[in-house]
Design a protein around this ligand. Structure first.
Ligand code: AMP
Length: 280
């Protein structure tokens, strides 16, 4: 695996590859890699001649300094994991390479209504930061296909909006959420869960499953209240338990069989904020 730390080196390497009609699959990550990231890499490997992963903990998407400082980092182990899983190129930049001082940069993206609900109300500025870093990374890598995880459902909708505007030829592939055996969605943040929080954490997925199971029989509000009570009893602070219209990403008051739906939960336990979702 080639490890490149600057956009200049990466771009000159990719330029040479493009001349030989290679298709480039790109997997952006913030590191602390787990099997969820690797399922994105595997999909990229299966569908492209060259795979590029990036590891960059993007400061502009954290609304909270402490969250940024505590974000898990394990670059040496990440390099071994990527190497073992056949990644071709790792882009491992410092912040100045992604955001060069003085470079012209977009600071405000028109992300539409999808970027105004759920995560947006709990993490002000987060999606502007996500759009900015993905825009910068796509501008540098110029991939043919971008791989994103279903785990971050609202992020997919936000990035798709930005990509439609700025990278109209780019394909986006969504990869299913990788989970632990007990249902907990794999996340870099899981490494910060203490023992009791870790044992309570699968409750989020149990709630999502129960929302899915009761969609045909109960009102959403009834199931939402049951889930909220269960999560609180297990020690969670609940940010939201929401049902959305999968086409518009706008919250639904009740189940509606006429549209694709998803249920989403964001909740914190032991100082760690977890998110997950399920298609209904
Ligand atoms: P992150 O490093 O958390 O920014 O995630 C990088 C990419 O991996 C994003 O597209 C995430 O949606 C995806 N991802 C994170 N966790 C999972 C998971 N459990 N299953 C599938 N994809 C994931």
């Amino acid at each position: 695996m080639l490890i490149l730390k600057t956009a200049a080196l990466l771009q000159s390497h990719l330029l040479a590859l493009r001349k030989t009609q290679q298709s480039i699959g790109f997997v952006p990550t913030m590191g602390a890699l787990h099997a969820g990231h690797i399922s994105l890499l595997s999909a990229a490997k299966a569908e492209n001649t060259t795979t590029v992963c990036s590891i960059f903990v993007n400061p502009t998407q954290f609304d909270n300094e402490e969250d940024l400082a505590k974000y898990p980092r394990s670059t040496e182990a990440d390099i071994d994991i990527l190497e073992a899983n056949g990644c071709d190129i790792l882009y491992l930049p410092e912040a100045e390479d992604v955001y060069p001082p003085g470079a012209p940069m977009e600071y405000h993206y028109d992300l539409g209504a999808v970027a105004e609900v759920l995560e947006a109300t709990h993490r002000p500025g987060h999606f502007q930061g996500v759009a900015q870093v993905v825009d910068r990374l796509l501008g540098i890598v110029q991939p043919d296909v971008l791989y994103l995880g279903q785990k971050d459902l609202q992020q997919i909708a936000v990035i798709s909006t930005m990509v439609r505007d700025r990278y109209p030829g780019l394909k986006i592939k969504v990869v299913a959420t990788a989970r632990n055996q007990d249902g907990l969605a794999l996340s870099s943040r899981n490494t910060r869960l203490n023992m009791s929080a870790r044992s309570a954490a699968p409750t989020i997925y149990q709630c999502l499953i129960s929302i899915q199971a009761k969609a045909a029989s109960d009102s959403f509000e009834k199931v939402r209240q049951e889930c909220e009570a269960l999560l609180r009893a297990k020690g969670f602070t609940v940010d939201y338990i929401a049902l959305i219209n999968g086409e518009t990403f706008q919250p639904l008051a009740d189940f509606d069989n006429g549209v694709p739906m998803a249920a989403l939960i964001a909740a914190s336990i032991g100082g760690v904020r977890l998110i997950d979702n399920i298609a209904i």
